[in-house]
Design a protein around this ligand. Sequence first.
Ligand code: AMP
Length: 215
Amino acid sequence: MKNIILLGAPGAGKGTQARMLEEAYQIKQLSTGDMLREAVANDTALGQKAKAIMEAGDLVPDDLIVAMMDERLNENDCQNGVIFDGFPRTVGQAEALDALLKNRGNSLHAVIELGVDDNALVDRITGRFTCDGCGEGYHDSHKKPKVEGVCDVCGGESFSRRKDDTRETVEKRLKNYHDQTAPLLPYYRSQGILHTLDGMQDMKKVALDLKKVME
Ligand code: AMP
């Protein structure tokens, strides 16, 4: 059983790599961003609290995130291991995750930082879009579908862009990453489980580097 955290600024490629790992190792990707977007779409009590915060590019309070994750980790699909994508994002969340795993007799196998250059992130984020059918990610200039308007993976013809993937919000999200999430790097380095990969490489090369850490 392997529990992995993917750490990195917004647009670093965490989601793309998590999807590849999920397939290769049969461990579940849990993206707090996806879970929150679903809560907003379903207009749940959590979604109502999170909506405006997410649109502004700020962080949803730790207690809400930790309670959501505590509940999610009880599901059957998490029992073989989890790839945490976008969580934890604060030292408080990291401490809470340690406790959640410990209570279940589990621990973290590795924390993988995808290092990227801030200047590349704005372009990566403002150009990205995903297939509504299967979630495959694309980009206006770096990864267009082979046939325009048709998903390479599932053949779907409907795509979406995230509401918070605008230039203004990205700057706020990057600042939040450096102020609130980057302190997790020394936290995990001191536990001896931090691995840093070059996230500026081609995504297939990043995936190969990740595989080495997993094995
Ligand atoms: P993401 O899809 O990971 O970029 O997350 C989108 C937005 O959801 C973030 O900008 C935050 O507003 C919120 N969010 C996602 N994960 C967390 C988290 N672990 N802690 C606080 N807010 C989060």
